[in-house]
Every structure is written in C-alpha cells, then in structure tokens.
Design a binder for this molecule. Sequence first.
Ligand code: 5AD
Ligand code: SF4
Length: 472
Amino acid sequence: MANIPSVDSVELERQAGIMQRIYELNTALSSPPLAFVDTYGCQQNEADSEKIRGMLHEMGYGFTDDEYEADLIVINTCAIREHAEMRILGNVGALVHTKRKNPEQKIVLCGCMVQQEHMIERIKKSFHQVDLVFGTHELYRFPELMDRMLSTHKGRIFEVRKIDGERVEGLPVLRQDSVKAWLSVMYGCNNFCSYCIVPYVRGRERSRAPEAIFDEARQLIDSGYKEITLLGQNVNSYGRDLGGDTDFSYLLSEINKIPGDFIIRFMTSHPKDATDRLFQTMADCEKVENHIHLPFQSGNDRLLKAMNRNYTKQSYLELVEKARSLMPDISITSDVIVGFPGETDEEFEDTLDLVRKVRFDMLFTFIYSPREGTPAAKMPDPFTREEKQRRFDRLIALHNEIVAEKQAAHVGKVARVLIDGESRKDSRGYNLTSRTSEGRLVLLKGSKELIGQFRNVLITDSTTWSLCGEIC
Ligand code: 5AD
Ligand code: SF4
C-alpha cells in the first residue's frame, strides 16, 4: 500500500497560480462574487468543505447562505444512504429556480455521491442546471476546474477519476469555527464492510505524514483553537500505509505533548483495530478526552460476518470492558444498522442485547440502505420496510430509556466543560452550549465572552439529549 502517488509541489503551484488569476479578476469587480457552500454527510466532508472555502477565499470570493444571492453554489455531497442522496437531488432540482432568476449563477457538485457512475449519468440526463461535477480525487484541481467553467470551457464539465487516491498536502483551509477544528489524519478506507459505499468513493487508505499533522496541530493551538478532532474513516489503521511503526497511539501521545490548554478528540475507531495500546494511550494522555466512538453495527455474529466486520459480539463486549477497566467513566458511542439483508427477528434480538449490556452514551441508528455496487446490495432481503421500522423503533425506545437514566445520574455532579458556542433560543434562558470530556452537551447561561473557555460547571438538570448546568 505504500505506492500511493503524491501530488507534487509543481502541480500545487500551478493550481495556486490559477487561484491568483481568478483572484485578480474578482477583485477588479465592484464587489466580490459570493459563494454558497452546502455540505452533506460526515465530518470528513465538513473538513473538505473548509478546503473548498479556503480555495474560494484565495480566488477572491465572499460567502453567503442565501442561494438566490449566490453567484456560485458548491454542493459537497454524501452517498452513505439513499435518504442523503434523495435530499441532495431534491435540493439540486430546486436550484432551477435560483438559476432562472440569475442565469449567470454557476452550480457545482462534488464529493462522494458524484463519484458513482450511475449518479453521473443521472445528473447528465436530468439536472441540466449543474455546470461542473468533480469527484473526491479532484479536490486539489478545483481552481483549474473553476477556471475552465468560468472562462474557456463552454459545455458542462464532468471530472471524476476512478483511482485509489493521491496524497495531497498544503491546500488552503478556511475554518468555520474558532474554538473547534477538524484535522484529517488520513483519507479513504480499506475495510470494505459489505454494506458500505465509502471505500468505492473515497479510495484506499492514505495516512498523512506525522510531521504534517503535528505542524497543523501546532498552528491550530497557536491560533487559539481549544479542541482538535482527528478525523479518519478508521483512525486505528493510521500509519499502516506509511511503513515503519508509526500508529495512531503515537499520533495521540505526540499531539498530547504540544504545550497549551486544549483537548483532543478523534473519530472513527473500527473495533477490529482498537488495541489495548490505544486504550492505554487514551488513559495516559490528559488532553485526550474520555470518549470513543466505536461503531458495532450489529450484535449478531452471523450478520457481523456477512457485514465483513471481523469481530464478534463477544470480542466487542470484551473491548468495551477493557476500555472501561482503564477509564471507568469513558463515554462510548456507536453506530448500528437495523435490517441488514436477511436479518431475522432473533438476530436483531442480539443487537438489543448488546445495547442493554453496553449501555451506550449515544447511538447513531440507521435502517439499512442498499448501495449500488456493494456486495450487500446483491444479498436477498426478504424483510419488509415496515418490519425493519418496527425493529428500529424498539431499538430507539430501548436506547432512549438507557440514555435518560444515564443522563439523570449526572445531576448534582461537577464537570469540566469547554464552552463552544451559542445555543438556540431556549425558554429557560440557556444561551450557551458546552461539552464535557465525555462529549455530553451541557446548556449554560452566561456571557458570550465565555465561548472558547474551559470552566467547571455544576449539573443541575437533565433531559435525554442534554444536561443543564451552572458555572461554578
Ligand atoms: N445503510 C445504512 N447505514 C449505513 N452506514 C454505512 N453504510 C450504510 C448503509 N448502506 C452507517 C454505518 C456507518 C455509518 C457512518 O453509517 O453505521 O458506521
Ligand atoms: Fe464504511 Fe466500514 Fe470503511 Fe466505515 S470502516 S467507512 S463502515 S467500509
């Protein structure tokens, strides 16, 4: 796996030169053109959109959230489930109205959804308002593609390569938040879980060089960021493609050594690669928060095998036990799929049993969605949507009951939180949001000046989804 090509500095300088040219054209206008960047899906996509914004900023664009006002709309798409794709296509469909009002408006689609051939065909056939489509491997070529769209090229542009991926460093980033930052440590996925489209649309695992990651972390801390979330589809396999013995635990312990008052989070961890060394490192590093996102997907061994997950219900439970023996208060969150092809009622009971045993702090629950081109999409799936929905509802009810009990147990305790933003208007007067080390949301009252600060808070009340607190 070490033979993944790198995009060289000559190519990146070429792209930078194109950005400069577009910048000069845009700054000669009476006001800068406005871009609307809309993001669907996971944190990796959020991080990619920050690069898209970074490049647009270098090209002299301003930003808006109003589709009618925008000169350029960039939709960074997701392919993980059909529901996400339908929502995106619905919204792209609605852009015929904005374009009718402003025929000069340019519409760009990028990201995972458009990496699929059948989607490209669909866009070609039915979404004529779209001017440019580029795949996940073309992100660094965005300036060149913009240039073609804006000047030389007349027709619509489709640029999607089916490759394993390349290593790219040094793209500009315009971050959305000033307290919390995403830091991608690797791209792609090699696991090929049988239901999942990600390995097909994001290519093979590519780890960033540790020094590039440390430099970015230092820059973030120097510019005042308080929370860094290390991102990868499976951070636990970080470094395997680099050769040598650099692994994710090494990354955690080195970033933990950087001086400053900040915290480290990470996601996602595949249970098959979560090691004792990882848990020991988490326990030893004071800046690494007390939380792990450890998707289990199913509690049934036959299904886990059919999903190509490479662990069993028992080994998952042992992992949880190991983590809790080193970090008794660790919060464990997870993803679970209901209604994988052929899942029977009895097999689903194993999922409920696992949820009862682990008592997750948070669960992201999904009904299986067939993805064209994955092995699971070809498996017989005799159960109806209604049956799957009934199971799904039972799972949610069980989990909600567990979470409500767990949340209530925090009332009366004191926790250190990072105050990270303003909350939506609340009739009780809570105006700030914060998170505990375990990732629990705590609503607070106080001045906006507190955003970005760590404080101790007394937990005074709980609901299923949040705690309320008073700053001590
Ligand atoms: N159907 C339903 N859920 C899926 N996930 C991934 N692929 C599918 C699919 N085809 C879920 C998994 C994964 C999370 C990011 O999305 O639970 O962990
Ligand atoms: Fe998909 Fe599995 Fe890779 Fe996660 S580990 S992105 S579920 S293939």
